[in-house]
Design a protein around this ligand. Structure first.
Ligand code: TMP
Length: 208
């Protein structure tokens, strides 16, 4: 049996990754593909437990290094228990954020080097990389507007970041994407959700 495809969605907050993940999963299932839709941090029992440690509490609960290790530990469990078994049985795994979020957030904002983050990923997840990664882009004002609607009920620990942080993050994602053009596709997420989904599917057409 063929190994399934591993596809990730990346980008700052409020760009519509979760909406797109659901739409993409439905579109692929409609074509008869076995789909596992998942997200990080989380996606397995152990990783969900670590997610609570990361998402709850005060801003200063973890320093940058502990935080990077926790994300890597959650990812290791997620890869071992959910992602690899699914790919091995031929399912397509769609994941909302993966190691590139650590490279952008802990690397860009937290000051851990990219080499160190990739070394952690090597130890934890044997360096597993997606077959394709979509970077959803949105100008920071529009992302902030969408977030204000979404987060009207309050934000979690990781979500309480200032606007200039979001701008740096977007720049860091663009840099990572540009360095690996075979894996990455950049998708303009300003359009209506169904047009964004269509643009993503068009980039997967050769595998369908
Ligand atoms: P979200 O995807 O629902 O926005 O929440 C996840 C938060 O965790 C988001 O602020 C990004 C952050 N994050 C990291 O800082 N590093 C990581 O490796 C991952 C997966 C997420």
């Amino acid at each position: 049996m063929n190994r399934g495809r591993f596809i990730t969605l990346e980008g700052g907050e409020g760009v519509g990754k979760s909406t797109q993940l659901r739409a993409l999963a439905a579109a692929l299932e409609a074509r008869g593909i076995d789909v596992v839709a998942t997200r990080e941090p989380g996606g397995s029992a152990g990783a969900e437990a670590i997610r609570s440690l990361l998402m709850e509490g005060n801003d200063d609960r973890w320093d940058a290094r502990s935080e990077a290790l926790l994300f890597a530990a959650a990812r290791a469990d997620h890869v071992a228990r959910t992602i690899r078994p699914a790919l091995e049985r031929g399912a397509w795994v769609l994941c909302d954020r993966f190691v590139d979020s650590s490279r952008a957030y802990q690397g860009g904002g937290g000051g851990i080097t990219d080499a160190d983050l990739l070394a952690l990923h090597g130890i934890g997840s044997q360096g597993l990389l997606p077959d394709r990664t979509f970077l959803l882009t949105l100008d920071t004002a529009e992302a902030a507007r969408r977030l204000a609607v979404r987060d009207a009920g309050g934000v979690d620990r990781m979500g309480s970041k200032p606007a200039d942080y979001q701008a740096r993050l977007a720049a860091r994602f663009a840099e990572i994407a540009a360095a690996e053009p075979d894996r990455w596709r950049t998708i303009d997420a300003r359009r209506p959700a169904d047009a964004v989904t269509a643009a993503i599917i068009a980039e997967l057409e050769s595998w369908l």
